[in-house]
Ligand binder design. Structure first.
Ligand code: AP5
Ligand code: MG
Length: 214
């Protein structure tokens, strides 16, 4: 099973990917996470991407498609892939079709997380993650069960993303509307798009996604 989770910043792509990995043993391929790892490691890709990401703009199609290409090729053939935050442009959508075909895979579902943009700013500005294992939290919607301690690994160190401020979030939303939303009709024409109410609670959204996959 190969699926795309599509939705604007803060829609819940990362949160739902983590659930799918846990419940179904799929692999999350998040270009945002790959780029943040490259920035942290100060690789040539990371050095090029950092300023672009901090401005809320898109990193080049060549860079993100080659990250997906490398990561997909390294996966066992029978493991399902979740594309989180990729593709984001028409060119990337074309690249993904070619990369999947090269690996003997095809796209089963595009799941669109339907959300209210104003609520997303609140979601993103309240987001933080474990500095050790990356588990995702939210100040009010999804705090750790014991304050200040990661549920997953017990670490007490947390961090926030540099692009998670209102100005950059609004910029990222504009980029989503202009560059990413226009790739949906192509997938709709193939009959593989399902819309899920992304404003529901995290568990309800997970149930709705599971219903699509079974
Ligand atoms: P990326 O990391 O992909 O960021 P994004 O698309 O802006 O999406 P987010 O990660 O902000 O949101 P999410 O949907 O994962 O939400 P989450 O689950 O965390 O990209 C970052 C940057 O990298 C881009 O701006 C660009 O520069 C570059 N980049 C990445 N991919 C690229 C590509 N393909 N091409 C070019 N450039 C690329 O949830 C958010 C918060 O809400 C969390 O705190 C969570 O706990 C909470 N929450 C989640 N679901 C719910 C719910 N149902 N109810 C209440 N709270 C919830
Ligand atoms: Mg994310």
């Amino acid at each position: 099973m190969n699926i795309i989770l599509l939705g604007p910043p803060g829609a819940g792509k990362g949160t739902q990917s983590a659930g799918l990995v846990e419940r179904h043993g799929m692999k999350q391929l998040s270009t945002g996470d790959m780029l943040r790892a490259a920035v942290k490691a100060e690789t040539p890709v990371g050095l090029e991407a950092k300023a672009v990401m901090d401005r809320g703009e898109l990193v080049s199609d060549e860079i993100v498609s080659s990250l997906i290409d490398e990561n997909l090729a390294a996966m066992p053939a029978d493991q399902g892939a979740i594309f989180d935050g990729y593709p984001r442009t028409a060119a990337q959508a074309g690249d993904l079709d070619r990369i999947l075909a090269k690996n003997g895979r095809s796209l089963d579902h595009v799941i669109e997380l339907d959300v209210d943009e104003d609520a997303l700013v609140e979601r993103i500005c309240g987001r933080f993650s474990c500095a050790n294992c990356g588990a995702l939290y939210h100040d009010t919607a999804n705090p750790p069960s014991k304050e200040g301690v990661c549920d997953t690994c017990g670490s007490t160190e947390f961090k926030r993303r540099p692009d998670d401020n209102e100005e950059t979030v609004r910029k990222r939303m504009g980029v989503y509307r202009d560059e990413t939303a226009p790739i949906l009709p192509g997938y709709e024409a193939r009959g593989i798009v399902t819309r899920v109410d992304g404003m529901a609670g995290i568990d309800e959204v997970a149930d709705a996604i599971d219903a699509i996959l079974t």
